[in-house]
Design a protein around this ligand. Structure first.
Ligand code: ZN
Length: 180
């Protein structure tokens, strides 16, 4: 069997186990794996390599479910462990500082990290459209869209297709809440 396919399937299973009890904060408490599968699919559909697609499945394991960098290193090797680390927020920082750190670090992102960050933001914006977080009003949605844009607008050129998808869903959301 193709090595890349095996890798992606292993990452999908690992993510499903690691996030087994993890839900999104929408009314339906959507299983978190849906977000991870969406990010992986977005990366695969624009022709990203298998390691990057696998990292799509794994990208929130360190940040959200206490998998360590060393565990990812042992299981998937340095390339994937480094990709995941590059999109992991420092949870020792308060929320505001964490969000600022994403803005500050955006410009230094290598192309594959740019693709991963874009796919993550695209997926999050789709989630806000389709299954908004419980209790979010228009102002809260607007705040998220504006913050995401601060990050994305500082990213170096990466994947034009993912950027176009981001612009599309952003425009749609802004139109939906009456902004621009
Ligand atoms: Zn994510």
């Amino acid at each position: 069997m193709d090595q890349g396919l095996r890798l992606v399937v292993r990452a999908a299973e690992y993510a499903a186990r690691a996030h087994a009890r993890h839900r999104r904060k929408d009314v339906d408490q959507t299983p978190y794996i849906n977000h991870l599968a969406h990010v992986a699919r977005l990366l695969a559909e624009v022709g990203c390599d298998a390691e990057l697609v696998a990292a799509g499945y794994l990208h929130d394991t360190i940040e959200d479910v206490r998998v360590t960098y060393e565990e990812l290193l042992a299981e998937f090797g340095q390339d994937i462990a480094d990709l995941v680390l590059a999109v992991t927020d420092d949870k020792s920082l308060r929320w505001q500082l964490r969000k600022q750190a994403q803005i500050d670090h955006a410009a230094g992102s290598p192309p594959r990290v740019v693709a991963l960050k874009l796919a993550d933001k695209v997926s999050n914006l789709y989630s806000i459209r389709d299954t908004p977080p419980h209790g979010w009003d228009t102002a809260e949605i607007r705040k998220y869209i504006d913050w995401a844009h601060e990050v994305v607008s500082r990213l170096p050129e990466g994947n034009a297709e993912l950027l176009a998808q981001y612009e599309g869903i952003r425009a749609e959301l802004l139109a939906g809440i009456g902004g621009s």
